[in-house]
Design a protein around this ligand. Structure first.
Ligand SMILES: Nc1nc2c(c(=O)[nH]1)N[C@H]1C(S)=C(S)[C@@H](COP(=O)(O)OP(=O)(O)OC[C@H]3O[C@@H](n4cnc5c(=O)[nH]c(N)nc54)[C@H](O)[C@@H]3O)O[C@H]1N2
Ligand SMILES: Nc1nc2c(c(=O)[nH]1)N[C@H]1C(S)=C(S)[C@@H](COP(=O)(O)OP(=O)(O)OC[C@H]3O[C@@H](n4cnc5c(=O)[nH]c(N)nc54)[C@H](O)[C@@H]3O)O[C@H]1N2
Ligand SMILES: [Mo]
Length: 735
């Protein structure tokens, strides 16, 4: 039997079960993701959580072994802890932010399940925004309004328009194909590379301003401008300077469509290409030439999401928008500004004018929240104040942490600090299909099913199809659906019927589909289910970002225009993020190399790190570290060595790959190798998780976004004994 299913990296088909399970791409997907190759090997991997487990409290969270218990014992314990904490410390003592991507699927979406369950029980401290776009989600509404921010992030000018009109893309952070296979909720059709080929054939050229040469997809033609990380704002200022000096600044556009255009031009008066060359490592001439090419045709300035995942990440976004405004092509087909081309598959990939079926949520009675990347501060500093978007808030006193569908020991910075933070609450509960580092730092681990073991509805934003995600195999061992776990807990806590509304999970999936499909004129559930998918009607394609604004519809900013100066942001009084774009020189460091901690091309974050594609990339079982041959030679390191990467925060082992695709002075280690602290005498992580080296700092007081994209490090050759990787071994005694 063949079933249909989906993942964040795309839709697929499944045949066979157990260790014989096979995954093939969805017919009709012109360019399926290579990440599909991880699914089969992960399905019945020994790192699955088989049964509910309680930590044996001896040495401390993350160091202990676990004891398997019955579902009743585990659920009784969790229900009792929730009641005790709510009674003794109040509802805000429960942290249920639970950031993370979990799996595709509209109903079984882990955060929706957890948040509905916790909100009905009295509420929880929440988290806001994302690690992806921490700075942009807060800054952009000030610059282009809420509606404008949505248009920038969720739509953008579509690829066919770019292919048809754009002469030059100036891509800060490049345009990385590997990232575009991923869209939250998945995508039935991957056509990104096809669009790139079409654009290149028509004559599109890309100036890829990036520390890595291969951030420019091979389908694109263009130049690599090897920039020193963290200095993009300087180059943006110098490009604006040169445009103005050449008489190419569009003063009429600035005057009519922006506030602060005059101030910006005054600010860049001294920001010459010669100055920016000294800061950025680019040549003066390359900056001058690029400015002239920008003015010579239809030009799109795009800033990848990675740039705002750095200290002062609000600034490259703001300066990039200002540069595009100086050029005056915002709102024209194929010109202007973009954010995230090459970051996510749905940017420029069409949009749906309606929402997808969603498990209904209820209002959270607790008002407390954190910007999501401040989680360690929350746990370490209850009662202290923090600034965020013009307001001051207080961290509540967390006694219980409940995580479902995320892996903070993957996603957060400075993992040694996070371990200290996770040692503080009285109780940590984690739902996981796998024994991740986060599960190991819990007191109670509840095993959940994967998407292959349950029925659901799958689609991403702007998708072409809704996929029937059909159960392909039995749940692993005693794994349960999140929904059934929460229904069991709600029964113990006296609100079972409010949580379930009397439906089984199968009834919910049918109900969500039926309640949504009528207005779209789609077939009934049974027809949809047996077909395996249905075309989503009415997609918007060929969108031009800010076309309506240029035609006269004001933005929902205070001025109705693009705010290159924001009186609101200025009024917050944040020195590091004043009311207009500023350049902050990267902080001096005792560690000479910049480590780029970008997204892995071989998996989604930490998911399925044990899968075939991810495993095949490892060197001596460790995550590959890419390094320029000159930097390696200076350290006596050769290709295939194991390297020790370290700074004041920690150390890790990784497998060396030499390449001149890294600019000199730049090394690259993707995120997502499972944190493995099993040999602390050798390294903080012996597997290569870069978050043992990243600093736990917010972007600024404005957004408090994640800054994990960069770390400062030194690298040496590791010559000692090589500890085995223990991250995938379940922490159960007598195993
Ligand atoms: N240094 C550095 N760090 C970064 C970044 C960076 O650029 N540099 N990028 C950041 C970004 S953009 C992001 S989005 C984050 C990603 O961080 P996360 O979203 O936390 O990473 P994932 O590995 O996707 O974690 C999802 C977890 O959910 C589990 N899971 C899957 N399905 C289910 C389910 O149905 N139920 C339950 N309970 N669990 C499930 C998976 O096994 C996995 O452990 O990382 C951030 N971290
Ligand atoms: N295969 C795969 N695809 C993914 C994901 C995944 O885990 N795996 N994760 C998804 C998620 S959740 C997100 S949020 C997006 C993230 O999308 P992005 O944040 O755009 O992706 P990254 O790969 O982290 O970074 C892209 C490139 O930015 C460059 N860069 C880093 N620092 C600088 C700098 O200071 N200046 C310049 N000019 N360039 C810099 C790096 O060379 C890096 O390769 O990716 C999504 N796509
Ligand atoms: Mo992300």
């Amino acid at each position: 039997m063949t079933t249909t299913s989906s993942s964040h990296w795309g839709a697929f088909r499944v045949s066979g079960t157990g260790t014989a399970l096979q995954v093939t791409p969805r017919p009709g997907d012109p360019d399926p993701s290579p990440l599909l190759g991880n699914l089969a090997g992960a399905h019945r991997h020994r790192s699955r959580v088989a049964r509910p487990a309680l930590r044996r409290p001896r040495a401390g969270r993350g160091y202990d072994s676990f004891e398997e218990v019955s579902w009743d014992t585990a659920l009784d314990h969790v229900a009792a802890e929730l009641s005790r904490v709510r009674e003794q410390h109040g509802d805000s003592a429960i942290f249920g932010g639970s950031y993370g991507w979990a799996s595709a699927g509209r109903f079984h979406h882990a955060q929706s399940q957890l948040h509905r369950f916790l909100a009905l029980g009295g509420g929880y401290t929440a988290s806001r925004n994302s690690y992806s776009l921490g700075a942009s989600l807060v800054a952009l509404p000030h610059l282009v309004g809420r509606r404008g921010a949505h248009a920038v992030i969720r739509e953008g000018t579509d690829w066919p328009v770019i292919a048809g009109h754009t002469d030059l893309i100036v891509a800060f952070g490049g345009i990385r194909t590997a990232n575009t296979y991923v869209t939250p909720g998945g995508r039935a059709v991957h056509d990104f590379r096809g669009h790139l080929r079409a654009a290149t054939a028509r004559g599109l050229r890309v100036a890829s301003v990036s520390p890595l040469r291969d951030d420019l997809s091979p389908e694109l033609a263009g130049d690599w401008l090897a920039i020193r990380p963290g200095t993009d704002v300087a180059v943006m200022f110098a490009l604006a300077h040169q445009l103005a000096a050449d008489g190419h600044a569009d003063l009429a556009f600035l005057d009519r469509f922006t506030v602060g255009g005059d101030r910006f031009l005054a600010d860049v008066k001294d920001r010459t290409p010669a100055w920016a060359a000294g800061v950025s490592g680019l040549s003066e001439q390359s900056i001058v030439d690029l400015a002239r090419r920008m003015a010579a045709g239809r030009t799109l300035v795009t800033v990848s999401w990675s740039l705002q995942r750095t200290p002062y990440g609000e600034q490259p976004l703001w300066a990039g928008l200002a540069l595009a405004a100086v050029l005056g092509q915002i709102g024209l087909p194929g010109g202007g500004f973009g954010h995230g081309y090459g970051s996510m598959g749905d940017v420029g990939g069409g949009a749906l004018p309606y929402g997808l079926p969603t498990f209904p949520q209820v209002r959270n009675p607790v008002a407390d929240f954190i910007p999501c990347a401040r989680v360690a501060d929350l746990l370490l500093h209850p009662g202290t104040e923090f600034d965020y978007d013009g307001e001051r808030y207080t961290y509540p006193d967390t006694r219980l942490v409940y995580w479902a569908g995320g892996n903070p020991f993957h996603h957060h910075q400075d993992l040694s600090r996070l371990r200290r933070a996770f040692a503080r609450p009285e109780t940590v509960i984690v739902h996981e299909p796998y024994w991740t580092a986060t599960a190991r730092h819990a007191d109670v681990v509840l095993p959940v099913t994967t998407t292959l073991e349950r029925d659901d509805l799958g689609a991403g934003r702007g998708d072409t199809h809704l996929i029937a995600m059909q159960r392909a195999d039995e749940p692993y061992a005693q794994a349960r659906d999140e929904y059934d776990i929460f229904a069991g807990l709600a029964a113990r806590l006296g609100y079972h019927d409010a949580f379930t509304e009397g439906r089984t999970s199968g009834e919910w999936v049918r109900h969500l589909y039926e309640g949504w499909r009528v207005d779209r004129g789609l077939p009934g559930f049974d027809d949809f289910w047996s077909a395996g998918e249905v075309v989503l009607p009415g997609r918007r394609e060929n969108t031009v970002l800010f076309e309506d604004f240029r035609a006269g519809r004001p933005l929902d900013t205070p001025s109705g225009r693009i705010e290159l100066s924001s009186a609101t942001v200025a009024g917050f009084g944040y020195e590091e993020c004043p009311g207009h774009p500023v350049f902050h020189e990267p902080a001096l460091s005792a560690y000479p190399l910049v480590l780029i901690c970008n997204q892995p091309g071989t998996r989604l974050h930490s998911q399925q790190d044990m899968g075939g594609v991810s495993r095949a990339s490892k060197v001596h079982d460790r995550e590959p570290l890419r390094l320029h041959p000159a930097d390696a030679a200076a350290r006596g390191i050769t290709d295939g060595d194991v390297a020790r990467v370290f700074n004041n925060l920690g150390s890790l082992l990784a497998g060396v790959r030499l390449t001149d695709a890294c600019a000199p002075g730049v090394a690259q280690l993707s995120t997502g190798a499972w944190f493995d602290p099993s040999a602390p005498d050798v390294a903080t992580c012996v597997h290569g998780n870069p978050n043992v080296l990243t600093e736990d700092l917010g972007t600024s007081r404005l957004a408090q976004g994640c800054t994990g994209q960069h770390a400062r490090v030194e690298i040496t050759r590791h010559d000692g004994p090589l500890p085995a990787i223990r991250a995938f071994d379940p922490p159960l005694e007598n195993q």
